[in-house]
Design a protein around this ligand. Sequence first.
Ligand SMILES: C[S@@+](CC[C@H](N)C(=O)[O-])C[C@H]1O[C@@H](n2cnc3c(N)ncnc32)[C@H](O)[C@@H]1O
Length: 337
Amino acid sequence: MPEKKNTEFDRPGGYATPRGAIQVQAEAARLLQASDIRLLGDTAPGHEVAATTVRPAYETADPDTRLYIGDCRDVLPNLPDRGAVDLVFADPPFNWDVPYDEWSDGMPRSEYERFTFDWLDACIDVLSDRGAIWVNIPDDTAAEIVMHLKRRGLTMVNWCVWHFRFGQHRDSSFIMSKVHALYFVKDPSNRIWNPDAVLEQSDRAAIYNDARTQAKTNHAGMRVPMDVWYGPYWGRVQGNNKERRHRHHNQIPEVYLERVILACSNKGDLIVDPFCGSGTTSTVARAWNRRSITTEYGEGNAESAWERIAGIGMLRKGQSVGGTSAIGAKRSSRTKH
Ligand SMILES: C[S@@+](CC[C@H](N)C(=O)[O-])C[C@H]1O[C@@H](n2cnc3c(N)ncnc32)[C@H](O)[C@@H]1O
């Protein structure tokens, strides 16, 4: 039988996504909302939010940056910026008994799922119609987050994977070497998306010396990164890594936030991170002239994060752009492929 090719593509900025990959989701979300599918977290009582005036514990200008101390489920619904946020990046506690400053990271599973749905809802409510939400989450809760975002009517643009090569040794199963980076939007046909800001070298350019890619008039030898992210500076932040902020757990590398922020926001846009930790999101946001709001439960964490956000700043600005993720060395032109 002759091969049937898919000729239906969306080409925002010239980069192709098969149209069906996005379009089927709206119908699926409608059916999901109408269905009776229940997740464990649906059985637990939701968080009750008291209406109150919230004030940042730390703030600075140029660009406006605010850090609130408290539970993000209480702070976000009381922000004056509801509906005006362009990008949310959330890296929640994973419920893995991590000894955070003050947050207790060991809830019964149903409570943890309810907590997850409640903070997701608070994030969706602050987002503008063009906004995007990214969630950093490991295997054990990724499916529930995807289901909840879909039933709230959001559309998945990418299910990216952050791959690191310094997993903890175990011999009972394959070693964990990834976390999911879920990218959802309210409106896939009207979203902030800057592919040109995050280009990297294509394998054709980096390995195969392909003359055709170098002859392109637009962005010769470059492409939008693939959806599995790894490479220099992409490892877990630990040991003597110069980015490392001692006392913080699960710090995300600056390059990860840089890619998300450059691709999904513009200069002056407003970014929210409900789980500040060491302050990676606001640190990178400031370096790229984005406004940001972050919330942190632990006072000590907040103080230390603010030192970084307002003082130390970003250490690897620009390192996520223009490099290569090619596996394998450049081949000589005489090498047979
Ligand atoms: C996984 S860490 C975030 C790490 C951060 N992405 C970074 O790069 O440093 C989660 C953080 O969220 C904080 N946290 C936990 N529950 C919270 C809540 N309900 N509201 C606000 N912050 C919370 C914890 O204290 C911890 O600092």
